[in-house]
Each structure stands twice: as C-alpha cells, then as structure tokens.
Design a protein around this ligand. Structure first.
Ligand SMILES: *Cc1c(COP(=O)(O)O)cnc(C)c1O
Length: 376
C-alpha cells in the first residue's frame, strides 16, 4: 500500500481497466453461473453491509434469509424446512454431511457418494475426517444401487445422491437411495446445487426432494440457476435437530448460537435470493427453465447436423458432446474466445452448460467455430 491514496476517479479507472481483462458471459459455455438478475443485484447492493453473523443487529436481513429458506422449502416439498443461506454448494455439502456425522455418534466414519460427485466431497473427506467411498455409475451415468449397498457398513454416516450432476446433469435414483437409507437409518443428503432450481420447473414427474421420505438434507444453489448473486447457497434439513447439530456457542454476539460455517457473512446474497424468487414466482422460473431447455434442444439438434452427439441424452441444460481429442478442441475454442470445459475420464467429452446468458445466435456461432476446428 502506498503512503498517499488516489482519487475515487483514478481508482474507478484502474478497476475498469482490470475488469476488462475478464472474459464475458456471452462467450461462456463452461460455467453453471450466469449474470444475476438486475433485481438480485439491486437487493444485493441494499443489503451489502448487513452481517448475518450477528443477526440480532440485522433483523431485517435475517428475516429475508428465513423467508428465502421457507420459500425454497416449499419448492422442495417441505415448507417447514430448517436451514440457512450458505456461500454455495460447497459449504452446503460440507455442512449437510457435518450435521449427518454429528447426529450419528459414529467416529472415523465413512460416506458413500456416486463417482460423479462434485469435488467438494474431496474437501469433505479432508475436513471432516471421513472416508469418502465412491459408488460406480450405470450406463446412463446414474449411481449404481448395488454398488452403493456394497459400500455401506456400520460406520456409514451418510449416503449422497446427486440431482443434476456437475458434468452430465444426470439425476441419481433418489427414491431407491432413500429406501436404502431409511431401512438402515442413514442420513441421505441430496446434492441439488445445480438441479435444485431446474427440476421443480422441468417437465416430467421428478421425485428427488423432500417429497421422498428418507431424504434428510438438500443442497440448492440460488447463484446457479436461481439467478441470484454470488455467493448464494441453500442448505435445507427436514428436521430441526440436524440443523441444531451445527450449532456453535457465540459469546459476544446478539444470538447465542450460530450454525453457519462462516462467521461474519453479508446478508446481500440472501436478500438477492429473496428478491428474485418473489419477482419471478414459479411461473417465471418455469419459463426460464423452458428457455434453457429450448437452447439445449437446439444445440443438440444443430450439433447432430455436424455429426456430433451427446454422451447421454440431456436431462437438464447440460450437454456433454463426444468429440475426438476434447482437451485439444477446448484449447482451440479458447483461442477463438469460446470457453468450454471437459468431463473426466472415462467419458471425456466437451461439457456445455446452456445457462440463461446463452443465445440461439451464440450457439450458431459457436458450432461454426467448432466445425471449423474439427473438420478443417
Ligand atoms: C456447483 C456444484 C457444487 C459446488 O457449488 P459451489 O457453489 O461452486 O460451491 C456442488 N455440487 C454440485 C452438483 C454442483 O454442480
């Protein structure tokens, strides 16, 4: 830091310069994030200085957090869900599993997750000192139930099912997992970080949330398909005692107990999440998801015209396209300022997420470039 500061104008100019180095969402097919809705941004600004770490001082912001949780609970068929607004899917997964561990009375336990699980579960293994056992996937890239059952033992504190895998957008057989979990009295955590704001609005009869007896907790990310601001995550429990298992005594704050992983935390993203849900309503989200599914259908159809096909028929707005040498293709696309990612072995493919910032036009331009890279 220098001795003398700059003027506000100088600072803003410097910031604008650096901001221009960031790529634009217009060119992103790789991310599950998107531009937040303008209302979410406004709400975020209004509540930026609030601190939910000390909720007694900010009862307004705290009320919005509780109302957001209640609205997400309704969406996931449990209006009386208990939870809080976290910083994202990673914190929600850590805390969901931590609550399961703390209520289990098992030491040196394990959890059983699908091989398709998000890398946040690697952090969980390290932080919570749990062994993470990976169950095999079937041909549709859903978790294989027999494999899950073979990995469960006396030390298993939780099973994990994914509703919208990060790489393929696939949904695990949650009802089957829940049956196993109920029979053995094991916590079932459903990771709906991506799918949480997709499945409730998707056509078809999806049974994956608290409607399924045996689902104990759910991760849902408002900062992905919820159009909220970063960092907005949701963690919901069916039972109060699971949330209570996260409580820490706080000595000098307005409330005597805290459940969140972070201490000081802004109420901005909670306010943004509240604002977008009351603005759009279910109808608005249904239209949004339909739009993203139309984009997905258009991409799959147009790709097939240049003889490119998805690894699995997309369930939601996530497409893994089979191409020769996906990593080289990804790098070539980056040279043309298109940002895609790749899935892991053994199904290495181009991973494309059709978020609300994608347009039909950008799909056309993208596929023109992809065709040029592959066939010229
Ligand atoms: C994105 C994602 C996460 C992690 O969420 P962050 O908000 O990035 O921490 C966890 N699980 C799944 C299935 C995801 O898609």
């Amino acid at each position: 830091m220098k001795e003398k500061g700059l003027s506000e104008d100088e600072v803003l100019h410097l910031l604008a310069d650096v901001r221009s180095k960031d790529y634009s969402y217009d060119r992103f097919f790789s991310t599950m994030c998107t531009r937040p809705h303008i209302i979410a941004v406004k709400a975020h600004e209004m509540f930026l200085e609030t601190n939910l770490g000390d909720p007694g001082l900010f009862s307004g912001a705290s009320e919005l957090e509780q109302t957001s949780i209640q609205m997400m609970g309704e969406l996931l068929h449990c209006p009386n869900a208990y939870g809080y607004i976290s910083t994202g899917g990673t914190e929600s997964n850590i805390q969901g599993i931590r609550a399961a561990r703390n209520t289990s009375n098992i030491r040196n336990g394990n959890i059983v997750v699908p091989k398709s699980a998000h890398f946040s579960f690697d952090k969980i293994a390290d932080m919570l000192c749990l062994e993470v056992r990976q169950a095999e996937l079937d041909n549709d890239l859903k978790v294989d139930l027999a494999s899950v059952e073979s990995l469960i033992d006396q030390k298993t504190v939780a099973l994990v099912g994914i509703a919208g895998t990060t790489e393929f957008g696939q949904v695990d057989p949650i009802e089957d997992l829940a049956k196993v979990a109920s029979e053995k009295d094991i916590h079932l955590h459903v990771d709906g970080a991506f799918g949480g704001f997709v499945l409730p609005f998707l056509e078809g009869d999806w049974k994956w949330d608290f409607l399924v007896p045996g689902v104990s907790s759910i991760t849902i990310d408002p900062h992905k398909m919820g159009l909220s601001t970063i960092p907005a995550g949701g963690l919901l429990f069916r039972e109060a005692k699971k949330l209570a298992a996260l409580e820490t005594e706080t000595h000098y704050l307005t409330k005597s107990k805290q459940v969140s992983l972070t201490g000081t935390r802004s109420g901005a993203a909670a306010a943004a999440t509240y604002a977008i849900m009351i603005l759009l309503g279910r109808e608005g989200f249904r239209n949004l998801v339909k739009h993203c599914m139309d984009l997905t259908g258009y991409l799959v159809k147009s790709a097939s015209e240049i003889d490119l096909h998805p690894v699995i028929q997309p369930v939601m707005n996530v497409v893994a396209l089979k191409v020769a040498s996906p990593i080289r293709v990804k790098e070539e696309l980056a040279k043309r300022n298109w940002h895609v990612s790749t899935t892991r072995e053994p199904q290495r493919a181009l991973r494309l997420i059709l978020m609300p910032h994608v347009t039909f036009k950008s799909i056309d331009l993208f596929l023109d470039d992809l065709e040029a890279i592959l066939y010229s």
